[in-house]
Design a protein around this ligand. Structure first.
Ligand SMILES: [Zn+2]
Length: 118
């Protein structure tokens, strides 16, 4: 039996299962923010969900024009802030991801002597 990506990721979602599956299929299971491919691996499939572009908390509508496929990290970074448009939300998420990546790289960077040795 094939794994249902929708049932894995929509367990705690406010979007009904069938509705969510349609959104994920429309977006080809690719995160609309960072481009992560939800079909590339089981791990990716686990973190795919459906995002409300305008959050529910701000009267975001539960219709397809306000819903996008989204990975959990992008969903978390985007939070419940309201953006002027999807494009603005996307640039915020991508900029924040880059900041987090740089911070992570600095923290995990090894001193040169250690890296060169073994
Ligand atoms: Zn993403």
């Amino acid at each position: 039996m094939p794994i249902s990506l929708a049932s894995l990721s929509l367990v705690d979602s406010p979007v009904a299962l069938e509705e969510g599956r349609k959104i994920l299929e429309r977006d080809d299971y690719v995160c609309r923010y960072c481009g992560l491919d939800g079909r590339a691996s089981f791990e990716n499939a686990l973190i795919m969900r459906v995002d409300f572009v305008v959050p529910r908390a701000h009267k975001g509508k539960k219709n397809p024009s306000n819903l996008v496929a989204c990975c959990t990290p992008c969903n978390t970074i985007k939070g419940t802030r309201v953006y002027a448009s999807f494009e603005e939300a996307k640039s915020h998420v991508l900029a924040r991801r880059e900041e987090l990546r740089q911070a992570w790289q600095q923290k995990t960077a090894r001193p040169k002597a250690k890296a060169a040795g073994a």
